[in-house]
Design a protein. Sequence first.
Length: 237
Amino acid sequence: MPDFSIDSYNPIDIKRKWITFFTDFVHPSESNNLIPFDDSVSGTGAAITSIASTSGTEMGVINFTTGTTATGRATITVGALNMNTFYIDGSGQTTFVTKVKFSNLSDGTNTYTFRAGLIDSVSAESTEGVYFIYDSTSSANWRIIARSGGTGSAVSSGNAVDTNWNTLKFVINAAGTSVSFYLNGSLLTTNNTISSGIPSNDTSIGAFISKSVGTTARVVQMDFIGMFKELTTQRLF
């Protein structure tokens, strides 16, 4: 919960208590140049582009497309991965949130994986991270994972991945000892909390789709992505 002991209308007070990053992608993306993200693609036709809004609630949408290469990939991270921009520790409660929609589910003919959250890799499992995974070769459900020092295994929720708009959220408690995962505002049906293997290191905010089988392009749309950290101890300035 926000700390209402600070002046909610004073931007300096807000920044003393909160570290925030959030974007609705209302600015256009041209030629895979999505400031302030370090966005990259690999493979013929792979791209990250802005698309026209189709509703009043999903304004500013970007497309990640794998293109027609069997190993096509499209990624975004806040800052370059060799200069990770976020640090996970016990200095305050951290919330990650994004909203995504798949054009087609992954299958045996055109197989892909998708990851979103706090990550330090855009091609495999992160060394340090907390994130959601969709990988149809392991489960038709959303999976969740926390990794520290390259160790940590994903667990499957009871929530099936679909082609609707879905909001993914997780909350790391203030002590950095537990993570709770949510889908569309509700805790995942099963395996919704991780209390071990939570990293205490630098990482980045990001997401990526990566193809492994098939040459038909697969697309994930993203409406927004953000991170909010409520500091236990206010900053002094």
